[in-house]
Design a binder for this molecule. Structure first.
Ligand SMILES: [Zn+2]
Ligand SMILES: [Zn+2]
Length: 251
């Protein structure tokens, strides 16, 4: 083991019990949805409007599952969080200690590096916990620095109005589709209710759609239950993407 590996391993060992305690305290695993807002640098974990928790975060870096590359946030020109440059402190620390992985902007990596980097960041920024946002191709490593206490917080009100940031469409209302629906192949489009783009949604209404295969499974169980939901593995997309999928399937 070289110095870095020893150091990183020790930092990770230190983080593990703290992270466990953090997850317990805020019931992190009980939330099935996440949303982060790069303007306010706030992560929202939630099940619904009343069951939710908010944290301030620093984006530490990303791991691309396709290219197996780690990228520090200070090096990532696509990240719009202003506080991404905080991670230059990690770079500086790496330079001083000759820890190459901490100061090179991007490099070949694996899933384990990311948690070590979080552990190192945890000390540098005085974190309270960490969160790994997993999307299809990218793991996004966030260091959480503060829990936001009040629902009346103006930043949170703003964030709720936007609710979802889509890579192609910007901030949009969220919609829910099964894991199979996509923008390339028509595979059926079953909806929970009749919808049209831009329609008003009541508090208890959501845009929800699933494919023909999911519909078969749903009918087989007679309802949405644990089994049929496991098959559908509902994902969150933006309203625009939703109606693009609908159009593709109805063409
Ligand atoms: Zn499906
Ligand atoms: Zn979209």
């Amino acid at each position: 083991m070289n110095h870095y590996q020893e150091f990183a391993a020790a930092q990770l060992q230190k983080l593990i019990p703290i992270q466990d305690e953090f997850k317990k305290q805020y019931k992190i695993d009980s939330y099935s949805n996440w949303f982060y807002d790069s303007d306010s640098e706030i992560l929202r974990l939630y099940n619904d409007e009343t069951d939710e928790v908010f944290f301030k975060y620093i984006p530490i870096g990303t791991f691309s599952l396709t290219s197996k590359t780690w990228m520090w946030s200070w090096f990532n020109k696509y990240l719009s969080e202003k506080n991404k440059f905080e991670t230059l402190k990690i770079k500086k620390f790496g330079k001083i200690n000759h820890y190459t992985k901490l100061y090179e902007g991007a490099f070949q990596s694996d899933e384990y590096d990311g948690w070590e980097f979080l552990a190192i960041s945890f000390d540098i920024f005085n974190g309270i916990g960490a969160y790994n946002v997993k999307t299809e191709n990218i793991d996004f490593y966030l260091l959480l620095t503060e829990k936001i206490e009040s629902n009346m917080n103006p930043e949170i009100k703003l964030l709720k109005q936007k609710t979802l940031e889509c890579g192609s469409h910007g901030f949009q209302r969220p919609a829910f589709v099964c894991q199979h629906l996509n923008l390339e192949n028509p595979i059926g489009f079953e909806e929970a209710m009749e919808t049209h783009k831009g329609m008003e949604l009541n508090e208890n209404e959501d845009l929800q759609a699933w494919c023909n295969e999911c519909e078969k499974v749903r009918v087989q169980y007679g309802e949405w239950n644990e089994e049929s939901e496991k098959f559908a593995k509902i994902k969150l997309i933006c309203e625009n993407c939703y109606f693009e999928m609908k159009e593709l399937n109805n063409a």
